[in-house]
Design a protein around this ligand. Structure first.
Ligand code: GSH
Length: 202
């Protein structure tokens, strides 16, 4: 398998998953700071021009959640094959990709990276991130992981974004407001595969 990636939360979702699966793969670095993701060769792999993407023989998959479902189904790990728990895991994956990631991305852009500080945008995305963290915290109060006591692709998808919030945006998770989120974050940070996955690409 070839993983086209860069050192961002979306890239780390897949490198962590592959490290957890402990299967061989080649890393193809796509430097998004240099614009490699918009090169004609890469656009043939992902017409949306974003990392990550996975090529496995004649199967090419882009969009992180689709890649994670592909890998989970291929290796029979981190996602139940059927039943209510499968859809519970998938619902938290969709929450991550459609809610958490876009809003954290906008939060980071307006609070950390934007040259012009726009108070309305900072307040809007800070409030939404706070609300989403509260949803996660309440869910994590119910069990060890996002869906009960099993570590699944919902956790693997969400963790790198919380890591990015702290490392790229230099923000703290307020332990008084989000004790369960913080406990979950440090629990997963201890996993050797996670520690390897966040270093990819070197
Ligand atoms: N929804 C996509 C998001 C992918 C994404 O936003 N990738 C970012 C890096 S974290 C990227 O490639 N940005 C470069 C660009 O937009 O040109 C997924 O889950 O795969």
């Amino acid at each position: 398998m070839d993983l086209y990636t860069f050192g961002t939360p979306n890239g780390h979702k897949i490198s962590i998953m592959l490290e957890e699966l402990n299967v061989p793969y080649n890393v193809k670095k796509i430097d998004i700071l240099k614009g490699d993701q918009k090169s004609p060769d890469f656009l043939k792999i992902n017409p949306n021009g974003k990392i990550p993407a996975l090529v496995d023989g004649d199967t090419t998959v882009f969009e992180t959640i689709a890649i994670m479902i592909y890998l989970a189904d291929k290796y029979g790990m981190f996602l139940p094959r059927a039943g209510a728990a499968r859809y519970e895991v998938l619902q938290w994956c969709m929450f991550q990709a459609a809610g958490l990631a876009p809003n954290l991305g906008q939060f980071g852009h307006f609070t950390v990276f934007a040259k012009e500080k726009v108070p309305y945008a900072i307040e809007r995305f800070s409030a939404e991130v706070d609300r989403l963290f509260n949803v996660l915290d309440q869910q994590l109060a119910k069990g060890t992981f996002l869906v009960g006591d099993d570590y699944t692709i919902a956790d693997i998808a969400t963790w790198p974004w919380i890591e990015g919030y702290m490392s790229h945006y230099k923000q703290e998770i307020d332990v008084k407001k989000f004790p369960h989120l913080k406990r979950w974050y440090f629990e997963i940070a201890k996993r050797p595969a996670v520690q390897r996955g966040v270093k990819i690409p070197a």
